[in-house]
Design a protein around this ligand. Structure first.
Ligand SMILES: [Zn+2]
Ligand SMILES: [Zn+2]
Length: 229
């Protein structure tokens, strides 16, 4: 058995003892080391839903995670046991048109952690397809590895926006994703990184963690900034 933090209904989380999830042949069993708290986890806890996704059965939250491979399915190399990994927290079908075109993020049958009715990672163990458990080097901490999932959001945003060295960038919102996107933009070579918010404490934090300029959206206009993206 394992312990898990289960969202019973809106606003109620209970620590419960559950069966360890069963492995399928192409999966690994990950002993969870660290899990981030996403804005979506907070939404499900506080409001019991995000749009059409409603928590009408008990649900384990959490989808930003790292851990260690504790067991492998029959089709997976046993040499992976013991490896530290960051988890890409989704199970696409791999056979639909989108999956076969390489756009598995658009799979209509995708199972995404902590999105009803799919359980997430606030638990001692999770299962994931072996190729969605990425080896991490020893110099990356468990906590940092758990943040690779939100980091990937920032990296893809910069990729989509075509950020290149010397570019000037405007990011709307200095929450965790905005700040991690600012850090990604800096890594892509952007030289001026503007970020907006209405919370001064968030703007101050952003200035220390990637942004080069901050603007209060209540008082500062962005017209005339002439940014590249
Ligand atoms: Zn998230
Ligand atoms: Zn699919």
């Amino acid at each position: 058995t394992m312990r898990a933090a289960v969202l019973k209904r809106q606003g109620v989380i209970a620590l419960e003892t559950l069966a360890v999830p069963q492995l399928e042949a192409d999966q690994v069993l990950v002993q969870v080391a660290a899990v981030g708290v996403c804005g979506s986890d907070v939404h499900y806890y506080e409001h019991g839903r995000i749009g059409d996704y409603v928590v009408d059965h008990p649900l384990i939250l959490g989808h930003e995670l790292s851990g260690r491979i504790a067991a492998v399915g029959d089709a997976v190399d046993p040499a992976r046991i013991g490896k530290r990994v960051a988890v890409e927290p989704q199970r696409p079908c791999r056979t639909c048109t989108q999956c076969r075109a390489g756009r598995y993020n658009l799979c209509p049958d995708i199972e995404f952690y902590a999105t009803p009715p799919i359980d997430g990672a606030f638990a001692e163990y999770v299962t994931i397809q072996s190729d969605f458990a990425y080896d991490i080097p020893d110099n990356v901490s468990d906590e940092a590895a758990a943040l690779i999932e939100p980091l990937s959001v920032g990296l893809w945003a910069c990729e989509r926006a075509g950020i290149r060295p010397g570019r000037r960038v405007l990011i709307a919102g200095a929450g965790p994703i905005g700040i991690i996107t600012a850090q990604a933009a800096r890594a892509f070579g952007a030289t001026e990184i503007y970020i907006t918010d209405i919370a001064e404490d968030r703007l101050a934090f952003a200035l220390e963690h990637g942004a080069t300029h901050v603007m209060n959206a209540r008082t500062d206009g962005v017209e005339g900034l002439d940014v590249d993206a």
